[in-house]
Design a binder for this molecule. Structure first.
Ligand code: ADP
Length: 833
C-alpha cells in the first residue's frame, strides 16, 4: 500500500484492522494498536485473531455483523468490546466492510473501530498523541528547511538526540548492491568507533544490520541479550558504557533503504509510543531523503496524491463510516458513499464543490472546526454534533484531522462521521417514556395528567400538540400546548367547538373511528385536500403546520381519544420511528385513562354502598329499637311473674340477646355513616376510666361460658375527660373481639394502668392472632383479616375502624401487636385530664 495512504489510515483517529474471512488479523493501524495495546510487530504477526480479541458475551452481535458482512459486503457500526493485550475490556464501536481479496481469493475485511472509553482515557491518549505530534511537528518543521541529504540526516540526528536525550545517533544507508551499511552521518561515537563502523557488512551481528535485515525496529536492553544475539556489539557496549540500543529501519515500499541507530548510556524503557514516534521519525527521514533524491518535489507529491485518492477509493470508499477529504480551501476532493448519502448528494457531485456553496445551511457543523484544524495542525476528535438535516434530526460523532503531505505541509482535512442518530434517538425516547410514566402515575385527575403529558411532548417531539377524548359521539379537546405562547389563541380556535364523531370527516375523526394512526410527513401540499373547513384551513396555515402525527388512545379495542403531534415553522418531519414512539406513549396514556376511570368507578361504587348502608341502618333502627325494648320489657315481666316454662324463658333470652347484638351492629353501621359525614361527635365530661373498665368487665363476665376474663385495675381512679358511652363502646368492642377470635378455653386479659401522663388500656388474648401482612389495613373500614374470613367467624369489619376514630377524637392512640396462633394485644393510650 502506498506510504502516504498508509499514513492517512495509520494516523487516522479511528482504528482500522484488516483480517481475512476467518478473522485472522494481519494489519492494525496505530490508533487501534494504541487502543488495544498491541505493538506493531504483534499486530502484524498474524497470530491475532478476531475471536481471541473478543471477550465473551459479544458472540451474538458479532454473528449478526458477520452475517450482514457476508450478505451485503459490509456491516453497519455496532457496539462491542475488544480484549486489550492486558486482557482488559475496551468498549468500541465497530463497522466493517469487504475491501478486496488476497492472492488466494480469500476476502480481505477492513474493520473500522472507534474507541468509546470514557473521556479521561481518551484525553490521556490524546495527550500522549499530542506530545508525539509535537515531536513530529518539530521534526517536520526542521525537515522543511533541509534540502540536501546531509541536511536531512543532520536534522534527524539532532532531533533524535534532543527528543530522546540519547548519547549517540547515526544514520546509515544500504549500499546500492545491498551488501553493506554505509554511514551518512553520526554524532556521539568516538572517532575510532565511527571509523570501525563506517562501512558494515550487512551480515554483521549488530543491531542496525539486524533491523535492516528484518525491516523492523529493534531495541536491546540487557547485556545478556547482547551476548546472545549481537556478540559483535558486546565489547563496544562495555567499553563505552552503552546500556540500551535502538535501531529503526528506513523503509520505502517494503524495502529497507537505511537505518537510524541510537545508543543510550542510561537504563530506560522504550515503550510502544516511543517506538511509534521513532518509526514516524524514520518515516519522515526516509521521505525527506527520498525527496532530496528526487528531481522535483512537487511532481512527486502530485503523483502521490493521485495514487493516494485511487487507493483511498478502493480501501475506504465503501466503509460504513462517512469519510471524506477536503482541501485547504474546503473544497471536496473525495468522499465515500456513506458521507455522500448523509449529505444527499452523489459522490461525483462532491468533487470540486466548495463546502460553503454545497451546504450553506450547515456551515456551523464544520467551518470553524476545519479552520481550527488548519490553524493548529491538531485533529478534533469525536465531536458530538446534532442538526436537522433533510427534515430529520441527525446526531453524529465527528472527527476532523489534518492530512499532511510528505513534506509535512497540510494538504487538507480528513473527515470521519459516525452516525449515532439511532442511539441518541433511542436514548431520548427512553427518557421521554420514563418521564411520561412518572407523570402518568402522579395524579388521578386525568385532565391535569394529560396536560402534563403535552408538556413532555412539546417542544422536543412537537411544536404543538393536542389531546382529544371521545365522549359518547362527541370529540372533546382536553389538553393543548404550543411551544410559542403567543400562538395559543390560534391553536385554541382551531380546536374550539366539538365535533360529532360519526359525521365529521376531519382526519382526527377517522383516527378515532378506525383506531389507526395517521402520519402526514409533509402537511403543506395536502392541507387543501384534507376535509377541513375554510376557517380550519386558514388556522392551520397561520400555525404554519408542516408535519403531523395522530395516534389513537386505545384500551381493549375501545378508542378513548387521540394525541396529535405537529411540527410547525420547522424543517423537521415525522417518520415511522416517531410513530412507534408516539404509539407507545399513547398506549401508556390510554392505560392511565383506564385506571383513572376504574378508580372513579370504584369510588362511585363505594359511595353507593355507604349510602345504602346508611339508609338501611336508619330504616332498621326504629323497628329494631321497638322490638328490642318490648322484648326486654317482656323479659322483665316474666322474671317477676315466672309464668313461662323455663324453655320458653330461655327462648326469650335468646331473642333479647340477639336483638341486642343486632342493635349493636346497626349502631356500628350508623357510626360509620356518621364518621363518613363528620357527624360523629363526642361529648366530654370528667369521669373515672378505672370505673368504666371495671363496669365493662362486669357486664361481659356473666356472658362468658367458655372463656376466662382476667381484669387488672390500678389502685387509684384514673380521671379523664371524655365521652363515657363511646369509650365504653371501645373497651367492650375490644374485649368482645378478644373473645370472638379466641377459641374456647382461651383467656382474655383486660388491663388498665397509669403510664406517665396517660392512661393505658390493654386487651390481650390467646387467640388466632393476625397475619403480619394484614396489620397495616386492620383499622380500615370493612377490612377483615384473611384468617378471620377463613374461620367463618362472623363480623362486618367496622368495629376497629370506629374504635380508632373514637380514640383519635379523644386525642389518644391505638396500636396492636400480634402473632398468628399465639394471640393479639391491643393497646390504647388516652391523655389524662
Ligand atoms: P369484625 O370483628 O366485625 O370483623 P373489627 O373491625 O372489629 O371487625 O375487626 C377487624 C378485623 O380485625 C377482624 O375481622 C379480624 O380479622 C381482626 N381482628 C380484630 N380483633 C382481633 C383479635 N382479637 N384477634 C384476631 N383478629 C382480630
Amino acid at each position: 500500500m502506498n506510504a502516504l495512504l498508509l499514513r492517512l489510515v495509520d494516523t487516522s483517529t479511528f482504528g482500522v484492522l484488516l483480517c481475512n474471512s476467518v478473522g485472522q488479523i494481519f494489519y492494525m493501524n496505530a490508533a487501534l494498536r494504541d487502543m488495544l495495546g498491541y505493538s506493531l510487530a504483534r499486530a502484524e504477526s498474524r497470530e491475532l485473531h478476531w475471536e481471541h480479541l473478543t471477550p465473551p458475551g459479544y458472540e451474538l452481535v458479532d454473528q449478526h455483523a458477520i452475517a450482514e458482512l457476508h450478505q451485503t459486503g459490509r456491516c453497519a457500526a455496532y457496539e462491542k468490546a475488544y480484549l486489550s493485550s492486558d486482557n482488559s475490556h475496551v468498549p468500541v464501536m465497530v463497522g466493517a466492510s469487504v475491501v478486496g481479496q488476497d492472492e488466494t481469493g480469500d476476502y480481505i475485511i477492513a474493520a473500522y473501530v472507534t474507541d468509546l472509553r470514557p473521556l479521561k482515557q481518551t484525553q490521556a491518549q490524546a495527550e500522549a498523541a499530542t506530545l508525539r505530534v509535537l515531536h513530529l511537528q518539530r521534526v517536520t518543521a526542521a525537515l522543511a528547511n533541509a534540502l540536501t541529504v546531509d541536511q536531512v540526516v543532520g536534522t534527524i540526528i539532532a532531533q533524535v538526540l534532543r527528543s530522546f536525550d540519547a548519547a549517540a545517533c547515526s544514520v546509515r544507508r544500504v549500499s546500492d548492491d545491498g551488501l553493506y551499511l554505509e554511514e551518512l552521518a553520526s554524532v556521539g561515537y568516538t572517532p575510532a568507533l565511527a571509523a570501525m563502523w563506517h562501512r558494515i557488512s550487512i551480515d554483521a551481528s549488530l543491531l542496525v544490520t539486524a533491523a535492516v535485515r528484518r525491516k523492523q525496529t529493534l531495541v536491546v536492553y540487557s547485556v545478556a541479550e547482547l551476548r546472545a544475539s549481537y556478540p559483535d556489539l558486546l565489547d563496544t557496549a562495555e567499553e563505552h558504557g552503552y546500556r540500551v540500543f535502538a535501531a529503526v529501519p528506513l523503509l520505502r515500499e517494503g524495502k529497507a533503504t537505511g537505518v537510524i541507530g541510537i545508543a543510550f548510556t542510561d537504563e530506560r524503557l522504550i515503550d510502544d509510543q516511543d517506538i511509534a514516534l521513532l518509526e514516524a521519525i524514520g518515516q519522515q527521514c526516509e521521505q525527506a531523503l527520498e525527496r532530496a533524491r528526487l528531481y522535483s518535489a512537487e511532481q512527486a507529491a502530485r503523483a502521490e496524491a493521485a495514487e493516494l485518492l485511487a487507493q483511498i477509493d478502493t480501501v475506504v470508499g465503501k466503509a460504513p463510516i462517512g469519510m471524506g477529504f477536503v482541501d485547504t480551501d474546503f473544497r471536496f476532493v473525495w468522499v465515500n458513499e456513506v458521507l455522500a448519502g448523509l449529505n444527499q448528494l452523489p459522490v461525483a457531485d462532491h468533487v470540486g464543490l466548495l463546502a460553503r456553496d454545497g451546504f450553506p445551511d450547515y456551515v456551523g457543523l464544520w467551518e470553524d472546526y476545519w479552520r481550527q484544524v488548519l490553524d493548529t495542525g491538531m485533529p478534533i476528535v469525536d465531536l458530538e454534533l446534532s442538526a436537522v438535516m433533510h427534515g430529520e434530526v441527525f446526531h453524529a460523532l465527528v472527527s476532523y484531522y489534518p492530512v499532511r503531505l510528505a513534506d509535512g505541509s497540510i494538504r487538507g482535512i480528513g473527515i470521519v462521521v459516525l452516525n449515532i442518530t439511532e442511539r441518541r434517538r433511542n436514548e431520548q425516547n427512553q427518557r421521554l417514556l420514563a418521564r411520561a410514566s412518572a407523570v402518568l402515575s402522579e395524579s388521578l385527575d386525568y385532565e391535569a395528567t394529560l396536560a402534563a403529558v403535552t408538556g413532555l411532548i412539546v417542544p422536543e417531539f412537537a411544536d404543538y400538540c393536542a389531546v382529544n377524548l371521545v365522549e359518547g359521539d362527541i370529540v372533546r379537546t382536553v389538553a393543548l400546548r404550543h411551544r410559542d405562547q403567543t400562538r395559543m389563541p390560534l391553536l385554541e380556535q382551531l380546536y374550539s367547538g366539538t365535533a360529532s364523531l360519526e359525521h365529521s370527516r376531519l382526519p382526527i375523526s377517522s383516527v378515532l373511528r378506525e383506531g389507526r394512526p395517521l402520519l402526514v410527513d409533509d402537511l403543506q401540499p395536502v392541507v387543501d385536500h384534507l376535509p377541513y373547513t375554510d376557517q380550519q384551513r386558514q388556522l392551520i396555515r397561520a400555525l404554519n403546520a408542516t408535519s403531523a402525527l395522530v395516534v389513537p388512545l386505545i384500551v381493549r379495542d375501545t378508542v378513548l381519544g387521540a394525541i396529535t403531534f405537529v411540527y410547525s415553522d420547522s424543517t423537521r418531519h415525522y417518520t415511522q420511528d416517531d410513530l412507534t414512539l408516539a404509539e407507545e406513549l399513547a398506549r401508556r396514556c390510554a392505560q392511565t385513562l383506564e385506571n383513572v376511570q376504574l378508580y372513579h368507578n370504584e369510588q362511585n361504587a363505594v359511595r353507593l354502598r355507604d349510602a345504602f348502608l346508611s339508609i338501611a341502618a336508619h330504616e332498621l333502627r326504629t323497628p329494631l329499637t321497638s322490638l328490642y325494648g318490648n322484648a326486654q320489657m317482656f323479659q322483665r315481666r316474666i322474671a317477676q311473674t315466672a309464668v313461662l316454662p323455663e324453655r320458653d324463658a330461655h327462648t326469650l333470652d335468646v331473642v333479647v340477646s340477639q336483638a341486642a347484638r343486632l342493635n349493636q351492629m346497626i349502631g356500628s353501621v350508623l357510626d360509620v355513616s356518621r364518621l363518613q359525614h363528620g357527624q360523629l361527635a363526642i361529648t366530654r365530661a370528667l369521669f373515672d376510666l378505672r370505673g368504666l373498665v371495671a363496669q365493662v368487665a362486669a357486664e361481659i363476665q356473666p356472658m362468658l361460658h367458655n372463656h376466662t376474663l382476667h381484669v387488672d385495675l390500678p389502685e387509684q381512679p384514673l380521671m379523664i375527660s371524655g365521652d363515657e358511652l363511646r369509650l365504653e363502646q371501645v373497651v367492650a368492642n375490644l374485649v368482645q373481639n378478644g373473645v370472638k377470635y379466641t377459641p374456647s378455653g382461651g383467656v382474655v386479659h383486660l388491663q388498665c394502668q397509669l403510664q406517665g401522663q396517660h392512661a393505658l388500656i390493654s386487651v390481650a388474648d390467646t387467640g388466632m392472632g393476625i397475619p403480619p401482612e394484614a396489620l397495616p389495613q386492620l383499622f380500615q373500614r370493612f377490612y377483615r383479616a384473611p384468617n378471620a374470613l377463613a374461620s367463618n367467624i362472623s363480623g362486618l369489619g367496622i368495629g376497629l375502624y370506629v374504635v380508632r376514630e373514637i380514640i383519635q377524637l379523644h386525642g389518644g392512640t391505638i396500636t396492636v401487636e400480634s402473632e398468628e396462633g399465639v394471640g393479639t394485644t391491643f393497646f390504647i393510650q388516652l391523655p389524662l385530664q
